[in-house]
Every structure is written in structure tokens, then in C-alpha cells.
Ligand binder design. Sequence first.
Ligand code: G4P
Ligand code: NA
Ligand code: NA
Length: 190
Amino acid sequence: MELLKEKILKEGSIVGNDILKVDSFLNHQIDVSFLNEVGKEFKKRFNDVKIDKILTIEASGIAIASIASQYFGNVPVVFAKKSESKNLDKDVYETNVYSFTKGKEYSVKVSKRYLNEGENILVLDDFLANGRAALGLKDIIDQAGANLMGIGIVIEKGFQEGRELLQKNNIRLESLAILESIGNNTVKFR
Ligand code: G4P
Ligand code: NA
Ligand code: NA
């Protein structure tokens, strides 16, 4: 997606050797008109499948999924919860996700009310790095007996393991931009 690449080059910054900071439009401040274009692009990529629901993970995925939903006929958006919440139903699908950045596992939960057998689910998220969060969402979808139709990612870090892990699990992946490398303070796209 050309607009996304331009935006990354113009507004992104590289932190350390492997983190791309895009706080000005994706991870802190939200550029709504830009996310509308992202939503349209996801619809174009997944136009061949019927989607009943979009699943994402808090926090950054929520804005992306909610805006995209409008191009999928306003299907419901469910976000998996990472935080311990007193309000969450007792009856949940739960899985553990290992985070490389945090160096530990965390638990991800979705209430059984909001994912049902036979539903066609599209997973959307901001970044694909090692793919552990994405695979965790697949596990939750499997537990529900729903169908994972594909995963849509705004920015894929092509130099990490995510794509390979998803391919091994036969998961369709559509990334709107793929980073080949972000070394030497230079972003290279695939
Ligand atoms: P993974 O193995 O599941 O792929 O993820 P990892 O633990 O490496 O990443 C942890 C968090 O950092 C995730 O956000 C992920 O989206 C984000 N992340 C990974 N690489 C980058 C990057 O280069 N730039 C930015 N901006 N984010 C990155 P999270 O913990 O789910 O937080 P939230 O932002 O969704 O709240
Ligand atoms: Na995320
Ligand atoms: Na993130």
C-alpha cells in the first residue's frame, strides 16, 4: 500500500535496531482518515471471503479493526483482552502468548459469548513480528469452533519469524507493508 509506505518513511522512526515507531498515526495518535484507507485496502484484499466478525487484540488493534469493520458491512469487532479484568465473564477462551519484547508469557482471553461455532473470523492487527499473538488468536478461534479466514496486518516485520510461523499453520496472511530491514536508520521495504 503506497500511502502506508509514504507515511512510514515520512513519520516513522527507528528505535534501537529493530523497532519501528509509528506513534503519530497508529500506536498513540490515530490518523482516522488514513485508517479509513487501511480499512478499504483490507476489504480489497479479503473481498473473496465472507466475514462475520473481526477479531483483534488490545490495545492498538482496536482502532484499526473498528474502522475497517465499516468496509465489511459493520460486522462486530471483538478484541481479546490481555489485562486481568474483574468485569470479564468467567466463561472465557484463554491462551498463553509469549512476548519476545517483554521476555515472558501473558494470557489472552475472549468471552465465550462473543465467538461462536461456524463464524467466519478475520483477524486484524497493527504489527506482525514473531507471530505469537496472531497464533494465540488462532488458538482462541479454534477453541470456539469458528473459522479463521485470514490475518490482515498493517506493518509486517519481514525480518522476523511471523510469516513463516503462520504459513506453517496454513494461515492466509495479507500485510499492507512488509519491512525488509530497518537497520542503519534506513527503512527498506520488500
Ligand atoms: P509477537 O511475538 O506477538 O509478534 O510480538 P512481540 O512480543 O515481539 O511484540 C510485542 C508488542 O510490540 C506488540 O504490541 C507488537 O505489536 C509490538 N511491536 C513489535 N514490533 C514492533 C515495532 O517494530 N514497532 C511497533 N510500533 N510495535 C511493535 P502489543 O504488546 O500487543 O501492544 P499494543 O500496542 O497492541 O497495545
Ligand atoms: Na498489537
Ligand atoms: Na503494538
